[in-house]
Design a protein around this ligand. Structure first.
Ligand SMILES: C[S@@+](CC[C@H](N)C(=O)[O-])C[C@H]1O[C@@H](n2cnc3c(N)ncnc32)[C@H](O)[C@@H]1O
Length: 348
């Protein structure tokens, strides 16, 4: 199976050629079936370029459901058992997608609300301003294992647990692709920041991501940026061309977030092993966060006042807890100041 490519054509037909259980993550941004008619004007009388394309037309809701059922069945077959799928939609279609997915056995892990600080107003003033879209993040069945980069997202959120509400502006300015007429090339081009968040939440470097409704190529562009692979499917020639050109100009940026260093599992090392290797020495002091001293004994245990025990036992004792991680509790004094002894097992 060729990776890092965009296939031109109908996704239901083309997905049938992809092997079962072959992709790690799917991002699907299907037609919304907006059911709009006529034109929408801004307050100043200029025309608003909404979604009024042939790809968004269906004869009725049953026709739309039928279409969605067919591509979702293919997604479920292609997705690895430990993979996940994201679908994005608005009030017109998200309830139908959620219903169909639950009927098929998908398990909803999260519903994410994407709020748009710069959404256009409700031009006619007849309803509330529509300022969000909804994403459903699902595994193929209840209880299936899946990738979730908890610590990377927490680091990305400035140390706070990442939430299911994402405030991201709709894409404007240089990020927005333009056609030859200078107008926006694609009515529903998603912001790269949205895909950045999706991909960092649920994939590892080198994973394969499928987007059956590739449009302007946002998923492929961000996948490449983050060192992931992609397969895109798109039926409109002009979007395929623009997406290929867009992705070609992307240079991967493998920083700590893309590399998921915050979620890296620490190596399994015994404290006594560090002693044997001379990385720490008997008689040396370790310090609590409040700089209380503990001496390293010849057998690798610590002594602090009247208490002795392993790094974990003594950390728990001093904090009045039943268990504690000694690697992150105890600190050594280094040229950079006090640092957790965790750095020693990672250096080892
Ligand atoms: C909502 S847009 C996706 C926009 C995309 N996420 C982006 O950032 O540009 C849906 C896209 O699916 C394409 N499409 C609709 N039906 C399709 C089908 N049956 N097979 C392949 N592509 C299809 C449309 O041409 C449109 O570009």
């Amino acid at each position: 199976m060729k990776r890092d490519t965009i296939l031109k054509g109908d996704c239901i037909f083309l997905m049938a050629s992809l092997p079962t259980h072959s992709v790690d993550m799917i991002f699907a941004d299907p037609p919304y079936f907006m059911q709009t008619s006529g034109h929408l004007n801004r307050g100043d009388g200029t025309r608003f370029q909404g979604v009024d394309e042939t790809w968004d037309k269906f004869s009725d809701l049953h026709d739309y459901d039928d279409f969605c059922r067919r591509w979702l069945v293919e997604c479920r077959r292609i997705l690895k058992p430990n993979g996940t799928i994201w679908v994005i939609g608005s009030l017109q279609n998200i309830y139908r997608l959620g219903y169909l997915m639950q009927e098929m056995g998908f398990w909803i892990l999260n519903e994410v609300i994407w709020t748009k600080p710069n959404a256009p107003p409700n031009f006619t003033g007849t309803r509330l301003q529509n300022r969000h879209e909804t994403l459903l993040w699902c595994s193929p069945k209840k209880g299936a294992p899946y990738t979730f980069n908890y610590k990377t997202l927490k680091a990305l959120s400035g140390g706070k647990q990442a939430s299911s509400v994402w405030d991201i502006p709709i894409c404007l300015g240089p990020e927005r692709l333009k056609g030859q007429d200078g107008k926006k090339l694609h009515a529903t081009q998603k912001p790269e920041k949205l895909l950045y968040q999706v991909i960092l939440t649920s994939t590892k470097p080198g994973d394969l991501i499928l987007d059956p409704f590739m449009g302007s190529g946002t998923t492929g562009a961000v996948a490449k940026l983050l060192g992931r692979h992609y397969i895109g499917i798109e039926r409109e020639e002009r979007y395929v061309k623009a997406a290929r050109k867009r992705i070609q100009s992307v240079h991967p940026k493998m920083d700590d977030f893309a590399n998921l260093i915050y979620d890296e599992k620490p190596p399994k090392v015994l404290f006594t092993h560090l002693l044997k290797k001379g990385i720490i020495k008997k008689g040396q002091y370790l310090y609590t966060p409040t700089l209380k001293k503990a001496k390293i004994l010849p057998d690798g245990r610590l002594k602090c006042g009247v208490f002795t025990g392993s790094i974990h036992q003594l950390a728990a004792k001093l904090q009045n807890k039943s268990v504690s991680n000694g690697w992150t509790f105890w600190q050594i004094f280094t040229k950079k100041g006090y640092q957790p002894i965790d750095i020693l097992r990672r250096k080892n």
